[in-house]
Design a protein around this ligand. Structure first.
Ligand code: PMP
Length: 342
């Protein structure tokens, strides 16, 4: 069919080619130009559609999954959504394991697109048999003709961003991009996109956003995998308690940590001030960029990635009570809460 007329044979063909949107009010205090790569335009409402399809295509090519097989993954939701959509079109069964920290909306959304979801406890070591890593690995052993995706160590993850996200940003900015700022989890987005951009222009600065409770920044700064850095945190979708194989140190220049509160507050501001309804990590990326304000100059063209959609967080960061309970929202009087009515 004709992609110029936006007519497609199936939903998977609509993945990618997302818009780059200039941010205005939210970055008014920064000296530079900032564009957001708004990945919510993907059919599963997140950037993870790209790598989900790529990983499945590579697995098919390598004979790791055969027609009618079962896709198994530990996923917080966005990768699961991408895999579920691909599974529907290509005819596979999906079983996902996730943690009880993830929003209920994310689990319900996965079930809505036909996946089976097993919720596991968050506060156990990855090696614990109850962890979502262990459960997904066990299922992959027990179920015949199943394929354990392992987005953390599956290098088709970063390859998707090297082949798609990077070239799109380079084209969309006509080679003018000077900085890429990305929340880092598996590392697929930042490494794949960053590597491509640095190959076009080695001066492009690639900044990763991490959260308190994750060991990624410490690893980047010292080379150590320091488990004393690791503790439960509220931010969703990024930060890790181990080092996924998708990481390439040379593709990244700097890691910046952002608090759970600053990310949540900033996500709410982006939605209200820019009209772009974003998820938690988008807030953390803008909060982190603002922390690095002193490193930016007027001629800089910064591209940030907005990974996913705010609808997945309506019971969390977009819920005033949830924010108040965690001390993320300061309300002095009931009158402030209702917006100064009366
Ligand atoms: N933000 C969100 C909302 C995500 O779902 C993810 C993926 N876990 C990330 C950021 C981090 O992306 P990556 O795994 O490619 O490093």
């Amino acid at each position: 069919m004709n992609p110029n007329k936006r007519v497609y044979d199936n939903i998977l063909q609509t993945i990618g080619n997302t818009p780059l949107v200039k941010l205005n009010k939210i970055v008014a205090d920064l000296p530079c130009t900032v564009y957001a790569k708004v990945e919510t335009f993907n059919p599963g409402n997140s950037i993870k559609d790209r790598m989900a399809l790529k990983m499945l295509e590579v697995a098919e090519k390598e004979g790791k999954i055969k027609p009618g097989g079962t896709i198994i993954e530990g996923t917080s939701g966005n990768t699961g959504m991408g895999l579920a959509l691909a599974a529907i079109i290509k005819g596979y069964r999906c079983i996902f394991t996730t943690t009880d920290k993830q929003s209920k909306e994310k689990v319900d959304i996965l079930k809505a697109v036909g996946a089976e979801v097993i919720v596991c406890p968050t506060n156990v070591e990855p090696e614990d048999p109850r962890s979502y890593y262990s459960v997904s690995k066990r299922l992959a052993k027990e179920i015949p003709n199943s394929w354990y995706v392992n987005q953390y160590d599956n290098l088709a993850n970063r390859q998707a961003h090297y082949e798609q996200t990077g070239p799109e940003i380079w084209d969309q900015t006509e080679g003018k991009v000077t900085h890429l700022v990305v929340a880092a989890g598996t590392g697929g987005t930042i490494v794949g996109t960053g590597k491509y951009l640095k190959e076009q222009n080695p001066n492009v600065q690639v900044w990763a956003i991490d959260t308190y409770g994750s060991l990624l920044k410490k690893w980047f700064d010292t080379g150590e995998l320091d488990m004393s850095e690791v503790h439960p945190y509220i931010s969703e979708g990024f930060g890790e308690d181990f080092l996924p194989e998708n990481y390439i140190k040379d593709a990244i220049d700097h890691f910046e940590k952002v608090t759970d509160k600053d990310g949540a507050v900033m996500a709410r501001r982006i939605s209200k001030e820019e009209g772009i309804f974003v998820g938690y990590s988008a807030g953390s990326v803008i909060a982190g960029l603002k922390q690095m304000k002193d490193k930016l100059k007027p001629e800089d063209v910064v591209v940030v990635i907005f990974h996913d959609h705010g609808s997945r967080y309506v019971g969390k960061i977009y819920n005033d009570e949830w924010m108040l309970d965690r001390g993320f929202l300061e309300v002095k009087t009931v009158r402030d809460l209702v917006g100064g009515l009366g």
